[in-house]
Design a binder for this molecule. Sequence first.
Ligand code: IPM
Ligand code: MN
Length: 357
Amino acid sequence: MQAKILILHGDGIGPEVTRVGQQVLQVIARNFGHNFTLEEALLGHQAIQLTGQPLPDETLNKAKNCDAILLGAVGHPMYDNNPKAVVRPEQGILRLRKELGLFANLRPIQVFDELLEASPIKSEILRGSDILFFRELTGGIYFGTPRERRDNGQTAVDTCIYTREEVKRIAAMAFEAAQKRKKKVTSVDKANVLETSRLWREVVNEVAQSYPDVELEHQLVDSMTMKLISQPSKYDVILTENLFGDILTDEASQIVGSMGLLASASIGSNVGLFEPIHGSAPDIAGQNIANPIASVLSVALLFQIGLGLQEEASAVVGAVKKTLAKGYRTRDIKDANTEPNKILGTREMGEVIIENI
Ligand code: IPM
Ligand code: MN
């Protein structure tokens, strides 16, 4: 297969983990006889420093003219500590999602048996957990306007907006996925308080009528945070809006053991974007200690969902499992049983995974 793949390294640990993902792409291309053209472009803080824009036009053009995108992470503490900054790295990724029409963010939460001890949650609670999150990605409070300061900066306004159509298209995707899984959708909202959540629930109920074989339950987001860690194996597909999905999936990373393990796929148009759910982690950037597995698993999703290459995706996931089964760990997922010589840095973990492909 011929494919043009755009690599957006981004900030912090982004370039370190994405370099491993990039190597995996190259090895799979060689082993399976594909011709992947890998291009690179700027995004986030890195892009602001060089061009003044978090999403330069050149990056957006390349993104619109490729077959799939692999992204690292964006963000820098310089802006978090400066509430007055008008241009921010995160604006780059948010605009990219919006411009490309990537309204559905899929975040699979699958427990690796080898890593049951890496999670702070008891193994007997975790075992068998396999959840697929559908997070709405281009609506809600992330994008609604007005968004501004008033009264000389003494008041701040954000706006949460959802249209019927926005809810309908992501709900339909979640139900379709559930039909191929355990046939259960849990829709998460705050319908006891928010009008957008009442619309959300109404539309999800309507969409459900077309999928009579799928069981639907509604869950309020506050109680969902609790149930997600007390009974994670009860869930199959979890469908939710943008902000709730952002928060719940960080929480869900603790089911698997580490943020460094979770990959995501953003879809909705002809170009998919694949990225770890973790951020730029400035505290550990540049030290070769970040876990590259989320980036490697993002490449697996890129194959599976982005390019429809199932065998290639399985080869990548298989290599990660094999590496873990042999006892190799990065610092974030080591436990009392890990042999000290098997605690690896970012690059070394990448090398072992690649040997196992
Ligand atoms: C994520 C991130 C982003 C988000 C940030 C970087 C804008 O936290 O992908 O989960 O909030 O969507
Ligand atoms: Mn997030």
